[in-house]
Design a protein around this ligand. Structure first.
Ligand code: NZQ
Ligand code: ZN
Length: 388
């Protein structure tokens, strides 16, 4: 087993009525706050008013940046950096989905450098520091509230690039499951698919690692399978929303990675889809994941699928391993495309074959993705073909 460092220093307030601590937490980092949000869902739900009231109660000065779009654009990051510098912002408060959180993290880093923030992605400019970021997530999906990552799109270059950097870790996150009551069934489904993928990218690994981590990941996958359909049917079911919300944070906060060192596979492929077609991240992952599993299944990997099928979907352990493996892919497909009702193919969401070569080349960085199975451009093109 590989050695690892465990260090997840995000303070989490979980549950209802925790926003009363927002003012005191913001005040630790300064007086001038930049409040960021998306297309306006927080105004409809009343969360905007609640947040502003806490900021005012604490006697803080605040500025706003709204309109951060799903698959957030570098342009929003530039706008945020500009405000931070112009108004001498001390601390950023991101209220919204993963897109708002991600864009805000990069504003916080961009505020500490002189260069254009796209250079963090185009030239891998170092991320040595960032302004402090606090978050109030409103959607259970990306786990951005508890990780150091952020994914930004540049429509001009048709790139969507994710990067992880320690200074981007939020200082404090307020996880109130009731803030996700208004998430649509479609976004709830996409969030569930995203969380499943975050876990599967690590779980599908042939290193004989920590059994404890495998059990933990199986438990989280079962949680998503159990509660996502409930949250879709009963949007105000607290138990369902709470279980999904806490799973979203733990699926990607780094805990599951202990000792398991490999690149992710479906995420780099999906980012190329969103970069060109601007589709919802979780939807792209749902279409790709069962096909990627099919592509990677052989005698050398079958044992992992067997474990997944038996422990997550309860498939009969006495069946042949290969039969269990194939059935596990069917069960996962049923979950994504029937239970969650997500579209099944690229064709249905308008993704065309003409861009496959270019997307596949970018997904593997022009070389090889060292994931569960090494994937080169031609492998990725074949997986894309299976999704048509
Ligand atoms: O913009 P508003 O009006 O807020 O509406 C949003 C948006 O239209 C809406 N929404 C969010 N909370 C809501 C709500 N609607 C009603 N009620 C609420 N409570 O949902 C829509 C989607 O929002 P978005 O923030 O885009 O969704 P999500 O949280 O799934 O974020 C997706 C982005 O995160 C990136 C993805 O690539 C994508 O760009 N990721 C970030 C990761 C990270 N930081 O670690 C990891 C992930 O793998 C992922 O790549
Ligand atoms: Zn994801």
């Amino acid at each position: 087993m590989n050695s690892f460092v465990y260090d997840i220093p995000v303070k989490v307030y979980f549950g209802e009525n925790q926003l009363s601590h927002l003012g005191e937490e913001l005040s630790r980092y300064g007086k001038r706050v930049l409040l960021t949000y998306g297309g306006g869902s927080i105004k409809k739900t009343g969360l905007y008013d609640a947040v502003v009231s806490e900021i005012k109660k604490a006697g803080l000065e605040f500025y706003e940046l709204s309109g951060i779009a799903p698959n957030p654009r570098i342009e929003s990051v530039r706008e945020g950096v500009e405000i931070c510098k112009r108004e001498n912002i001390d601390v950023l408060l991101a209220v919204g989905g993963g897109s708002t959180l991600d864009a805000t993290k990069w504003m916080a880093a961009g505020a500490c450098v002189e260069h254009d923030p796209w250079e963090f992605f185009s030239q891998w400019a170092p991320v040595e520091k960032a302004l402090p970021v606090l978050t109030v997530p409103t959607l259970a999906a990306t786990g951005s509230e508890m990780d150091a990552g952020g994914v930004i799109s540049n429509p001009e270059t048709q790139d969507k690039i994710g990067r992880v950097a320690k200074p981007l870790l939020p200082k404090v996150s307020f996880l109130d499951p009731t803030n996700t009551y208004t998430v649509s069934p479609y976004q709830t489904a996409c969030g569930a698919a995203d969380m499943m993928s975050h876990i599967m990218e690590v779980y599908f690994n042939m290193e004989t690692d920590l059994y404890m981590l495998d059990c933990f990941m199986e438990g989280m996958m079962k949680t998503i399978i159990k509660y996502a359909p409930i949250a879709m049917k009963e949007p105000e079911n607290y138990e369902a929303r709470a279980n999904l919300m806490w799973t979203s944070s733990w699926a990607i906060n780094g805990f599951t990675h202990g000792g398991k060192q490999q690149e992710w596979s479906c995420h780099p492929m999906e980012h190329e889809l969103s970069a060109i077609y601007d589709i919802t991240h979780g939807l792209g992952l749902a279409i790709l994941t069962p096909r990627w599993m099919e592509y990677c299944l052989d005698e050398t990997t079958v044992s992992k699928y067997y474990q997944f099928g038996v422990n997550v979907f309860g498939i009969d352990a006495s069946l042949e391993p290969m039969a269990v493996a194939k059935e596990s892919i069917e069960w996962l497909s049923k979950f994504f495309f029937e239970t969650l009702g997500l579209k099944r193919t690229f064709t249905e969401v308008g993704i065309e074959k003409k861009n496959f070569a270019v997307m596949a080349k970018k997904a593997c960085g022009g070389d090889v993705l060292l994931g569960f199975k090494p994937l080169r451009q031609q492998d990725i093109e074949q997986i894309f073909e299976m999704c048509l």
